[in-house]
Each structure stands twice: as structure tokens, then as C-alpha cells.
Design a binder for this molecule. Structure first.
Ligand code: HEC
Length: 166
């Protein structure tokens, strides 16, 4: 075997090694990221659901309803042009959004990218009064009240949203 081909073989070996390290590394990151999201919002985690229910009863039920039923005629704008509070149970459209979008709306309110610039809304931003854990918990509580079928559909919306953000 010539010196040249031995040299080439060693380079190929290093290249393969590098590639497999890269692949293994990104697989591990991918799994950790998936797991992190699962911990953030797990509707079967009873502690998180109870934490979220306390937040909801104190701060959200006033507008979104004790049973998450929303305000009457929530699809019709009020005389001042603003929308009433929508339900958060399966009859509303909360479950049409990804976890990250819902988290952003609760934390920042209906500002871009969640609503047009200067959008007028009664939905407050909660970022100053709630921690991120509180916000994930209240979202978990809301999700725990959706029928299983809707939880599954929303899970697909999450996967799609995550793929787009990568
Ligand atoms: C003062 C009344 C009020 C309170 C209190 C309130 N909201 Fe809202 N919320 C609204 C209104 C009104 C909207 C619809 C706004 C719009 O579309 O203009 C809304 C919309 C939302 C949306 C978007 C739903 C969707 O499908 O687009 C989420 C999520 C939400 N609220 C969560 C919460 C959470 C969680 C709390 C408690 C921490 C809370 N809200 C407290 C009035 C309120």
C-alpha cells in the first residue's frame, strides 16, 4: 500500500469519527430538548396541574370563567371594538395554538408576533406578576381540561411548530 492511500484512509477515518460524534451529539440534544418540553407541560403531572389551577382561579377565572367557559358571545366584538375573553375548554380555540405560542401570549399579552401592532385587547400580559413556572403550570392546567382527542391534535401542532422554529 502506498503512503498516499494510507494517508487518505486515515483522513477518511477521522472524517467518519467526526461525523458520528456530530450525529450522536445532535441526537442527544434533540432528545433533551424534547424531554424538557415534556416536563414543562405534562397534563398528567398532578402537582403541576394543581399549581396551575391555583393560578387560574386567582387570575384568569374572572374573565375566562370558573369552568373555562369564557364570556358570553365571545366571538362578537364589544361596542368598544374589543373581543370578550374566549373559553379555554375544548369549545374555544386555545387548543389550535402551540404551547410556545400560548406561553408567549400569557407572558407578553396580545402583542406582535401574536397580534398585529397596536392591537387593542383586554388580555393582560402576565410576565411581571407570574414566573415562567407559573405560566407553564397554568397552561398545563388548561390543557388537562381538554378532551384526550384535542390534546393529541395539539401535540401535532407542537411538533410542527418546533420543526419550523429549528
Ligand atoms: C381582564 C380579563 C382577562 C384576564 C384576567 C385574563 N384574560 Fe386571557 N384573554 C382575555 C381576552 C379578552 C382575550 C381575547 C383577546 C383578543 O383576542 O383580543 C384573552 C385571550 C387569551 C388567550 C389566547 C386564546 C386564543 O385562543 O387565542 C390566552 C392563552 C389567555 N387569554 C390566557 C389567559 C390566562 C392564562 C390568564 C390568567 C393568568 C388570563 N388569560 C387572564 C381576557 C383576560
Amino acid at each position: 500500500m502506498s503512503i498516499h492511500s494510507r494517508h487518505w484512509r486515515r483522513q477518511a477515518l477521522f472524517l467518519m469519527l467526526g461525523l458520528s460524534l456530530l450525529l450522536g451529539g445532535s441526537l442527544i440534544t434533540y432528545q433533551i430538548m424534547d424531554r424538557e418540553n415534556a416536563v414543562k407541560v405534562d397534563p398528567h403531572d398532578q402537582n403541576q396541574v394543581e399549581h396551575g389551577q391555583r393560578v387560574y382561579d386567582q387570575l384568569c377565572a374572572f374573565c375566562h370563567g370558573k369552568e373555562l367557559e369564557g364570556q358570553p358571545d365571545w366571538r362578537i366584538r364589544k361596542p368598544n371594538g374589543k373581543l370578550p375573553a374566549p373559553p379555554h375548554d375544548g369549545s374555544g380555540h386555545t387548543w389550535h395554538h402551540s404551547d410556545d405560542t400560548l406561553f408567549g401570549i400569557i407572558k407578553h399579552g396580545l402583542v406582535p408576533p401574536y397580534a398585529p401592532e397596536d392591537y387593542q385587547s383586554d388580555m393582560p400580559a402576565w410576565g411581571d406578576s407570574l414566573t415562567d413556572e407559573d405560566i407553564w403550570a397554568v397552561l398545563t392546567f388548561i390543557k388537562s381540561r381538554w378532551p384526550e382527542e384535542m390534546q393529541k391534535i395539539q401535540e401535532d401542532i407542537n411538533v410542527r411548530a418546533q420543526r419550523q422554529s429549528r
